[in-house]
Structures are given as structure tokens and as C-alpha cells.
Design a protein around this ligand. Structure first.
Ligand SMILES: Cc1cc2nc3c(=O)[nH]c(=O)nc-3n(C[C@H](O)[C@H](O)[C@H](O)COP(=O)(O)OP(=O)(O)OC[C@H]3O[C@@H](n4cnc5c(N)ncnc54)[C@H](O)[C@@H]3O)c2cc1C
Length: 388
């Protein structure tokens, strides 16, 4: 990469978020026993771990890499209420009651995310900016549907363009958020292990223990939650036709004064998104469609086609001249429809993922609901999410 970032060679794949503060966790060695084993320590898995501890269950958590080494610590940090689909489309797909319930529930989760990880984010609102006349009209339809259901939205026109303002949305440093969750989980008595990739989950069809295997150890547990989004189909081949892996990419610049950008922007139906970081950088993601089939990959490293397009957009559309300092990517899961996959894949082995690249909130909602289910409740969120 040149010093001004104009050439888009991939670079070292380091996200812009908090370079310090990694947790020192053990690697799983030998045998452990637990009520529940949570596989995947991103936002969804860590939320589940904390909830299980609140419910008094013994929990072992495992991650292949460091905590939030995947998408959960490498994303844009936008906290947008609702499902991946704009509200009026969610209403069409799910019905009004369910779409509204999920919108309200995810909006409430913004507060829960910020409360669980104090100092890592805020609620400046967000913008949906139209890239075309057609998208502007789609925004009008979204606003009508939201207004009809008394959800917070306003028309917007300003330096970013025209579209909608969602005054209650939020933004977070996703890596600091997850590390704060992991620290809290350890404090609350969860046994977290990193550098412990799960190679198999045995689930005999009887009362005996589930056995979760890693290269150097095993966890015997009554139940398991697999919260590995983009990795689901690799560990649970049953989900191969349901959740597919996609690579998403971002870049970030050195601190800069312009544009002012008081709140994150979601553009071109969410393909592109950008925001300011707390230290004044511009973080920009998108153009997975420009990458085409090349982005349907397990390879979580940045690729030139998308990075070049991001750089051009940064310079020509956002008119940002600051040098590019970070380029990174991660794998996410794209699900079967408007909702992610949440369900019991093998006896007493539950999985969640396929958030279509917007899992910061709905992943946490799913993780907490699964924890409550495994603690013996029947949380309404699982019905809203269409859990199978
Ligand atoms: C570039 C980018 C930008 C994004 N921007 C946003 C955004 O602004 N807002 C938003 O809401 N969403 C965004 N997303 C999507 C969001 O990051 C994901 O939907 C969310 O992180 C999924 O939650 P998770 O807990 O499943 O996270 P993940 O990070 O995907 O968690 C999976 C964890 O499981 C671990 N794992 C995988 N396989 C195994 C295994 N076999 N054994 C043990 N551990 C394993 C991984 O190491 C990882 O830590 C973005 C994603 C990317 C990549």
C-alpha cells in the first residue's frame, strides 16, 4: 500500500479498533465439564455466556482465535435497530406484529449493549441515505410503515444526502465492547478459552453428555450453543444450505476534520456504511457486490477489488483526503431469508447466525434468548426469530 493508501494492496488485515487491551485467556487443555458450552466468543456468544452465568449455570466458552477476533471485533460498530431488511420489507416478510416486536426489541438492545460495555459507544442516531431516486422512494415507504407503527424516524436532508434519520440508533467500538463482555464473563465465573478451535460437537441422541472437541481438550456438557455466524456450516454441515459464508471489508483513515459526520451513514441499501471513530478517523465498509463471487469465501483477508473500490469511494464520493491507515476484512454468515437462523441443529446443540452482516444487535438478542431457553424458559424472542 502506498502511504496515502491510493493503491489498494491488501495490507496486514488489522482493524482500526482498540489496538491494545487483548485478554489473556487460557487455551483449552484436557477435559472440562459444564452445563453449557458456548462455541464462538463474539457478541452473540459472549452475551449468551453472561446470561447463562446470570442464570447460575456452569459455562465454558471456546473461541478459535482471540475474543472477537472474527467479525464481532472487526465490524463497523453500527447499532441499527431492526432486521437487516428495511422496516416495510420486514413487515411484508414477517407480518406487522413480529416485525414491530423485533424492531422494538433490537432498539432496546442498543441500550443493553452500551450498558454492558460502558464507555465503548453512544447513541448519535444513524442515517439511511439514498443512492438513487428509487432508493429515496423506498425510504419514503419505510418511513410510512415505521410512522404507522410509532417507531422513531424522520426525513433527512443534509451534507450526507437525502434519506432517513433514525434518532435512537447507536455506534460502538465493537472490539472494546466484546472485550468488556469477556472480562465481565470471567469475573462472573465463566471459564473462557481462546485459541481453542472446536473440531466437532458430538450429540448422541440420548441423555449422555454432549462432547465438544478441540485439538488439545474436550468439554463435556449437557447443552451447547454454537455462535460462530460465518463459520456455522463448517462445524455443522447440516447448515450448509442455510447459512453461507461471505467476506465483508472495511478501511479507515488517519484522523481528519472532514466530513463532520455526527452520526453513522448507511447507503445504497446498506451495501456501504461509514462513520467517524472516537479518535476522528473515517471508517468505511462495503462493495461486497462489486467483489462478486470472490466475496463468497472463507478467506477473511482483504482483497484488492473491493479495497480499490472502497478507496475510490472514499476519495471521490466522501471527498476524504486523509491517508488510509487500516484495511481489514472478516467472515459473516448470510442466512436463509429476512431472519437469521436460530435453532436446535442436533439434540441439545443450538446454533445462531446468518445475520446478513448486521448482527451486532440481533445476534445479542438471539444469544440471550438461547441462554434463557437453555436455562429452562420459553423466551418470546425465539418465536419472533422463528427458532426451529
Ligand atoms: C467488515 C464488517 C462490517 C460489519 N459492520 C457491521 C455493523 O456496522 N453493524 C452490525 O450490526 N453488524 C456488522 N457486521 C456484522 C457483524 O460483525 C456480525 O453479524 C456479528 O459480529 C456476528 O456476531 P457473532 O457473535 O456471531 O460474531 P463473530 O465474530 O462472527 O463470532 C464468531 C466467533 O466464533 C469463532 N469461531 C469460528 N469458528 C470456530 C470454531 N470452529 N471453534 C471455535 N470458535 C470458532 C470466531 O473466531 C469468532 O470469534 C459487520 C461485519 C463485517 C465483517
Amino acid at each position: 500500500m502506498t502511504s496515502d493508501g491510493s493503491a489498494a494492496s491488501a495490507g496486514p488485515n488489522v482493524p482500526v479498533w482498540d489496538p491494545d487491551g487483548a485478554l489473556a485467556l487460557p487455551r483449552l487443555r484436557g477435559d472440562l465439564a459444564a452445563d453449557v458450552c458456548v462455541i464462538g466468543l463474539g457478541g452473540a456468544g459472549l452475551t449468551a455466556v453472561l446470561r447463562l452465568r446470570e442464570r447460575g449455570l456452569r459455562v465454558v466458552g471456546l473461541d478459535a482465535g482471540p475474543v472477537a477476533g472474527g467479525a464481532a471485533g472487526r465490524n463497523g460498530g453500527l447499532l441499527l435497530a431492526g432486521t437487516a431488511a428495511p422496516y416495510h420489507r420486514a413487515v411484508r416478510a414477517l407480518g406487522r406484529e413480529r416485525a414491530r416486536a423485533l424492531y422494538r426489541r433490537t432498539a432496546r438492545e442498543i441500550g443493553a449493549v452500551l450498558e454492558a460495555a460502558p464507555g465503548t459507544g453512544s447513541r448519535p442516531g444513524s442515517l439511511r441515505i439514498a443512492a438513487s431516486a428509487e432508493e429515496l422512494a423506498d425510504g419514503v415507504a419505510q418511513r410510512r410503515a415505521m410512522r404507522a407503527d410509532r417507531l422513531p424516524v424522520e426525513p433527512y436532508e443534509g451534507p450526507e444526502g437525502r434519506g432517513l434519520l433514525f434518532p435512537e440508533d447507536g455506534a460502538v467500538d465493537p472490539l472494546r465492547r466484546c472485550r468488556a463482555l469477556a472480562r465481565a464473563a470471567v469475573r462472573e465465573g465463566a471459564d473462557l478459552n481462546d485459541r481453542s478451535p472446536v473440531t466437532s460437537v458430538d450429540a448422541p441422541d440420548d441423555r449422555s453428555a454432549r462432547v465438544v472437541r478441540t485439538p488439545h481438550g474436550r468439554v463435556r456438557c449437557r447443552q451447547a450453543i454454537v455462535a460462530i455466524d460465518g463459520g456455522l456450516a463448517r462445524l455443522l454441515p447440516e447448515l450448509a444450505g442455510t447459512v453461507r459464508t461471505v467476506r465483508l471489508q472495511m478501511l479507515a483513515t488517519a484522523p481528519t476534520d472532514r466530513p463532520a459526520l455526527p452520526r453513522p451513514v448507511y447507503y445504497r441499501y446498506g451495501f456501504e456504511y461509514w462513520r467517524r471513530t472516537p479518535d476522528g478517523r473515517i471508517a468505511l465498509g462495503g462493495f461486497r457486490d462489486v467483489g462478486g463471487a470472490g466475496e463468497s469465501t472463507d478467506d477473511p483477508t482483504p482483497g484488492d477489488v473491493v479495497q480499490e473500490r472502497l478507496t475510490r469511494f472514499l476519495r471521490e464520493h466522501l471527498r476524504v483526503e486523509a491517508p488510509v491507515t487500516h484495511r481489514w476484512a472478516a467472515s459473516v454468515g448470510f442466512g436463509p431469508g429476512t431472519l437469521p437462523f436460530v435453532g436446535e441443529v442436533r439434540p441439545r446443540v443450538w446454533a445462531t447466525g446468518g445475520y446478513d452482516g448486521t448482527g451486532n444487535l440481533i445476534g445479542a438478542v438471539a444469544g440471550r434468548a438461547l441462554a434463557d431457553r437453555l436455562a429452562g424458559d420459553d423466551p418470546v424472542e425465539l418465536r419472533w426469530l422463528g427458532a426451529r
